[in-house]
Design a protein around this ligand. Structure first.
Ligand code: PLP
Length: 478
């Protein structure tokens, strides 16, 4: 039987099928509270702090920004622009700028430039040309016929059509390039000649190294020795692209801390190029903005291919940059389910996972409030996943807000489920997804049997899995 994905001729644009999804009454907050900052000179302490044990009011004074003018309402009703780019960096109670005062002016300057470039036709033209000619956008929305047939065959011929958003086909094989290139262009505009960044799986490191080479910027990438061992091909690529790779102890969170520390010591000289949708405002908003090209393309391509929107969009969640990139376009549309899949590692009860939304508690880390993996004392729990890029103990503040406001669903997949999905997609579609993205594919096992014929699922294939071949072989004992 041929389960080819249907064209507009075969498919109604109306969503007539019914399946369960959470009701989403609100999208982004219409009211924002004042931003919070942390005062203090002990930079290391402040940036790494978590809410439970470490937030000692005698050390940290959380205080509000200056009061609004007397004639403004107590709670400010925000404009559409403010909803998308909240000037406080707050999504509900999440986000903000929990940093020492020394960093505030630098972050504020970055925010000003960010807003300038968003409105600057020259920058927009330069970026869209580079996205097209350098990154290779738009990436295809590919109809996965054999994957679709696989799930239909298990359910008496019924089930959804599966489409794959091919971020693995972007330059250097991951979504990370969208943001790295845009931010490197901002660094250049700001007159900075040196960039620092941190990488876990190495994809953001490679993307940043390439963008810096293209723009003539010097580049230093912090990466843990553990991750360097797991992803040696990416270390080679970064070096070939002219970046200096600085090994750190620990894992991605420690490499992030180190890169932020170096940046904080050289403000005004060095640009910190965030690849994860975490950190102090405006970093998460910038990363989401530059990744949201994924969702905009998906909407357009879905309209072309079946004359509608997806019924469900599925993405893996590490920090949340690819998930927000594809979700953002559809936030507030209750007909599109937004499904994030985190890393359950050895299982959610094992203590060895990276399922922050599922198992974390709210705290402050790396300069923002969000869900965090932390113990009773507020110490960070070291995350684990076979997908190195998912090993982060926090998550994007914006995703924490989407979780708390019931606008997204979140599930998790174990290492084994991710490896099974890696192999399944390779064998059925001839596409080897990154182990990170394999977590999103793994969730299809549970999702597909619950969906009716004609439902359309889009899976974000955030990256290609060549880098993971050795890890998978070792895992399987080959
Ligand atoms: C290919 C790929 N997908 C997903 C991720 C997870 O990051 P995020 O949740 O920010 O998309 C990474 C991180 O390195 C990655 O390399």
């Amino acid at each position: 039987m041929n389960y080819a994905c249907k064209t507009p001729n075969h498919h109604s644009t109306m969503k007539t099928h019914h399946f369960h999804f959470k009701t989403r009454r609100h999208n982004y907050p219409q009211v924002v509270s004042a931003n919070h900052r942390v005062m203090g000179n002990d930079y290391d302490h402040v940036m790494m702090i978590t809410s439970k044990s470490n937030v000692n009011p005698s050390v940290l004074r959380l205080h509000k920004s200056p009061s609004p003018p007397a004639d403004s309402a107590k709670e400010r009703v925000v404009s559409a622009d403010e909803t998308k780019y909240p000037s406080t960096g707050k999504f509900g109670r999440f986000g903000g700028k929990f940093v020492p005062e020394t960093l505030i002016s630098c972050l504020e300057q970055l925010e000003v430039v960010f807003h300038q470039v968003l409105k600057d036709p020259e920058f927009k033209e330069e970026l869209s040309t580079a996205l097209k000619d350098y990154v290779g956008r738009e990436t295809p929305l590919y109809c996965a016929e054999r994957l679709t047939a696989h799930y239909k065959a298990q359910n008496m011929g019924r089930g959804p059509d599966i489409y794959i958003k091919r971020e693995d086909l972007a330059h250097y094989g991951a979504h990370k390039m969208n943001n790295a290139l845009a931010q490197a262009m901002i660094a250049k505009r700001m007159g900075l000649t040196a960039v620092v960044a941190a990488t876990g799986a190495g994809q953001h490191g490679v993307a940043t190294a390439a963008a810096c080479a293209k723009l003539g910027l010097s580049c230093t990438i912090f990466m843990s020795t553990a991750d360097m061992e797991k992803q040696p091909s990416n270390v080679d690529l970064m070096t070939l692209l002219g970046a200096k790779v600085e090994p750190t102890a620990g894992n991605f969170k420690d490499a992030s801390s180190e890169s932020i520390r170096v940046w904080a010591g050289k403000l005004g000289e060095v640009y910190y190029l965030a690849g994860a949708a975490v950190g102090p405002h405006p970093c998460p908003t910038m990363v989401r903005e530059f990744q949201s090209v994924i969702g905009r393309e998906t909407r357009r391509q879905a309209a072309e291919k079946w004359g509608g929107t997806p019924d469900a969009v599925v993405a893996c969640v590490g920090s949340g940059s690819n998930a927000l990139g594809i979700f953002h376009e559809f936030v507030g549309d209750p007909t599109v389910r937004l499904i994030g899949v985190e890393a359950a590692g050895f299982g959610l009860n094992s203590g060895k996972h990276a399922a922050t939304l599922a198992a974390g508690e709210v705290g402050v880390y790396h300069g923002a409030m969000s869900y965090l993996l932390q113990d009773e004392e507020g110490n960070i729990i070291c995350p684990h996943s076979i997908g190195v890029g998912l090993e982060y103990p926090g998550v994007a503040p914006e995703l924490s807000f989407l979780k708390e406001s019931g606008q997204m669903e979140f599930y998790s997949a174990t290492d084994k489920e991710a490896v099974d999905a890696y192999i399944r997609v390779a064998k059925l579609e001839g596409i080897i997804p990154a182990l990170e993205a394999s977590h999103a594919f793994a969730y299809l096992e549970k999702l597909c049997p619950t969906l009716p014929d004609d439902a359309k699922i889009v899976v974000s294939c955030s990256g290609r899995g060549d880098k993971d071949a050795t890890t998978v072989s070792k895992y399987l004992g080959l």
